[in-house]
Design a protein around this ligand. Structure first.
Ligand SMILES: [Zn+2]
Ligand SMILES: [Zn+2]
Length: 160
């Protein structure tokens, strides 16, 4: 074995190794093609999904803030007495109506009362089951309670 043969052997090995990197493995690429197509179709879909979720999450708190208002002043009925809607906690002393789930008055720190939507009996807002008719007022499902009552009217006249 002379020097030229050794050099040729080394050169051939170098060519073989470089061909692995330079020459694309078309067979392997074609095998990957379905995956690439699926990725090309799925990736935009996932992107839109993520975008939609992000937009939804970004807008959601704004909707919640609109509902999560502080106490509102009860309307005064014809008899001069404040009228409290049924099913919502209220403070009789300050004539304030609180969102569902509130237990204490922000102003006088007193326990709130609630009127049973079914039988009209008043009780403490801490008690979620009516002692008279047994109706359970679910304080956790605020969205349901809010949906049942008309929300703040856009541009509507404020009750005062
Ligand atoms: Zn109060
Ligand atoms: Zn009741």
């Amino acid at each position: 074995m002379n020097l030229v043969e050794v050099l040729e052997g080394i050169w051939n090995q170098i060519l073989e190794i470089t061909s692995l990197f330079v020459m694309p493995d078309w067979g392997g690429l074609i095998g990957l093609l379905p995956i690439l197509i699926v990725l090309g179709l799925v990736a935009p879909f996932l992107t839109f999904l993520a975008l939609g979720t992000a937009i939804y999450l970004a807008r959601k708190p704004r909707v919640r803030v609109a509902f999560e208002e502080g106490p509102r002043i009860a309307e005064i009925g014809p008899g001069g007495e404040p009228v409290f809607p049924v099913g919502l906690p209220y403070c009789r002393r300050d004539a304030l109506i609180y969102p569902s789930g509130t237990h204490r008055c922000d102003r006088c720190r007193d326990h709130l009362a609630v009127t049973c939507p079914m039988c009209g009996l008043g009780r403490s807002a801490l008690v979620d089951t009516c002692s008279n008719c047994g109706l359970v007022l679910k304080v956790k499902s605020r969205a349901v309670v809010v949906a049942a009552t008309p929300g703040p009217k856009p541009g509507g006249a404020a009750a005062a």
